[in-house]
Design a protein around this ligand. Structure first.
Ligand code: GSH
Length: 278
């Protein structure tokens, strides 16, 4: 019997936009995720593009507002959109939007009360890929990853920690160095504890400084993003990439903000970036 429960399936652009749930061994909760599978020939295996979302999001934000289906269908890309944290009455939470449910930061928490459920690193790196490989027509030798804000941080750090697995990486308005911003201090301090040496595995710039490598990176960042100066700080990534000659394409987009209006505007550029590398 399949481990997967179908929440919904809708035909779109010739393919199927599905929402599924399953009992996660990592988070010890029911986890929901979205998968778009383009129309394809029987037996075909398609490249897989992971999209990790930002603070307050579920699988649904990008599914509803990201506008990825028309081009993903044309390019033949499977798009997978996981949730951003475990959820439920039995799962610890925080009153603020930037900690707890909806704010998993793609870490394996070691501090209480988070450690039992907040295992989003292992969930995204191991558990969900195994499920996807079994249940969908996915060619796991052709994977790319991208994301927004906290999810951009997730995409970059997961790619850097798993060299060879991802052929392409990009982000919209990513948090590039949690060690150097208030969101990061709160989340990593809460999930991992005060010892900042344990945070480096979850910091894109620190991972690069510590030797992790990636072939190239695409970033789109709005100049009117309300989080640009205090939280996102793309210049820290520019400097880190320059120090070790990682090619970084950083597009500063005049007047664009942090919202899905920006993401949907530049979604096609990112899908093409990935399709060229997959
Ligand atoms: N809720 C926060 C902002 C949170 C936020 O902007 N979240 C981004 C990701 S970091 C997002 O995608 N929100 C959901 C949406 O726009 O659909 C606030 O109002 O200051």
């Amino acid at each position: 019997m399949s481990a997967l429960k179908t929440v919904s399936e809708n035909k779109a652009f010739g393919g199927v936009q599905g929402v599924y749930s399953h009992a996660s061994a990592e988070t010890k909760t029911e986890m929901t995720f979205a998968v778009f599978v383009p129309e394809h020939e029987d037996g075909a295996r398609l490249p897989v593009l992971w999209y990790l979302s930002g603070l307050t999001c579920t699988h649904a934000n990008v599914m509803d507002k990201g506008e990825y289906r028309r081009l993903a269908s044309e390019l033949g890309l499977i798009i997978i959109c996981p949730d951003t944290s475990p959820r439920g009455d039995a799962v610890p939470d925080d009153d603020a939007y930037d900690m707890g449910q909806g704010a998993g930061f793609y870490v394996d928490a070691t501090a209480e009360p988070w450690a039992a459920n907040f295992r989003m690193r292992s969930y995204i790196e191991r558990e969900l890929p195994a499920l996807v490989a079994n249940e969908f027509p996915a060619d796991m030798k052709r994977q790319g990853i991208f994301g927004h804000s906290m999810g951009g941080h997730g995409a970059l750090t997961i790619a850097l920690r798993n060299p060879g697995r991802f052929k392409s990486v990009s982000a919209f308005a990513p948090i590039v160095s949690p060690i150097n911003c208030p969101w990061g201090h709160k989340a990593l301090g809460g999930y991992l504890g005060a010892d900042q040496s344990t945070w480096r595995d979850y910091d894109t710039c620190a991972l690069i400084d510590d030797g992790a490598r990636i072939s190239d990176i695409l970033i789109d960042q709005g100049t009117a993003d309300q989080f640009l100066e205090e939280q996102l700080k793309p210049n820290l990534l520019v400097a880190a990439c320059e120090r070790v000659a990682i090619p970084l394409t950083l597009n500063m987009r005049e007047g664009y903000d942090h919202s899905y209006f920006t993401i949907s505007t530049f979604m096609d550029d990112h899908l093409r970036w990935h399709a060229e590398r997959l």
